[in-house]
Design a protein around this ligand. Structure first.
Ligand code: OOG
Ligand code: MG
Length: 264
């Protein structure tokens, strides 16, 4: 497959989806209108959203893998991971506030993250290459907010919508990879003091670093690489939990500390 949509259509769909994000209103799935669009079309629309943000002066703060855990694939009814980015204005400090009214129907998910110290380039990137390229590991909570009505989508629609990126909160402590056992690293997500979900790192493809190798290989297909110094989110370890205005979120990561914030 290749890009099948013309540049004007890609630009129009990117504007449509980015406006929905920035104005916090939902839209119908773009595959309803373009049922035959390809994976390459979907990533081209996401790349155009990225270009729009950068042209406006926003910086890209990191890359993310999504739909990487069985729980998330089951929740959304899909089988394949997807890749997207987060921008600087999406970053919320640990202990801070997320403005609920700037979002449509947000959900939260706990993610094991890394910062790289060397570039990663596919094809053929494997977990060993990823291990060698990691500077340190750190925890984050992602706030996802699909722009699609009722949070229902297919893979191509969600890729075009930058994999539902909305906000992210980095907290806890940075640790060396060698001090951690990522597959058995436990995560407990609480909302208003109540435990809502629990998982271990192995929920993400057996080891969250596998998601990074897949990301490098996917970017490699489009002639791109993961640069040194990139913050990477490896995908929610549990299903995503819907939240309401006023909710307090605390996620406890074994060996990595806590991340907390609230919706106001
Ligand atoms: C797509 C984004 C998924 C994750 O960590 O799985 C994602 C979605 O579920 O809306 O960020
Ligand atoms: Mg995520």
């Amino acid at each position: 497959m290749a890009i099948t949509l013309d540049q004007a259509t890609i630009a129009r769909l990117a504007e449509h989806l980015e406006n929905a994000e920035l104005q916090a209103h939902d839209v119908t799935k773009i595959t309803d209108e373009y049922p035959d669009m390809s994976w390459e079309d979907a990533y081209a629309i996401q790349d155009e959203i990225r270009r729009r943000k950068e042209a406006r002066g926003n910086r890209i703060a990191g890359l993310k893998a999504g739909l990487t855990s069985r729980a998330k694939m089951k929740q959304m009814g899909v089988e394949t991971p997807v890749f997207g980015f987060v921008a600087d204005y999406m970053s919320v400090p640990d202990g801070g506030e997320v403005k609920f009214d700037e979002l449509i129907h947000p959900k939260v998910e706990a993610e094991i993250c890394v910062v790289t110290k060397a570039p990663l380039r596919g094809p053929g990137c494997h977990i060993g290459n990823v291990m060698a390229a990691i500077d340190f590991v750190l925890p984050a909570v992602e706030v996802i907010d699909s722009r699609y009505r009722d949070f229902k989508f297919d893979l191509k629609s969600v890729i075009a919508d930058n994999t539902s990126s909305a906000r992210f909160v980095i907290g806890g402590n940075m640790r060396d990879l060698g001090e951690l056992d990522l597959p058995t690293l436990g995560v407990v997500l609480e909302i208003n003091g109540e435990v809502k979900s629990m998982a271990a790192g192995a929920a993400v493809l057996g080891n969250p670093l596998v998601a990074i190798a897949m990301m490098a290989n996917e970017l490699g297909k489009r002639g791109q690489e993961i640069p040194a110094g990139t913050f990477i989110m490896t995908g929610g370890v549990t299903e995503a939990i819907p939240v309401a205005k006023g909710d307090n979120v605390v996620v406890r990561f074994q060996d990595l500390g806590n991340v907390s914030f609230r919706f106001v």
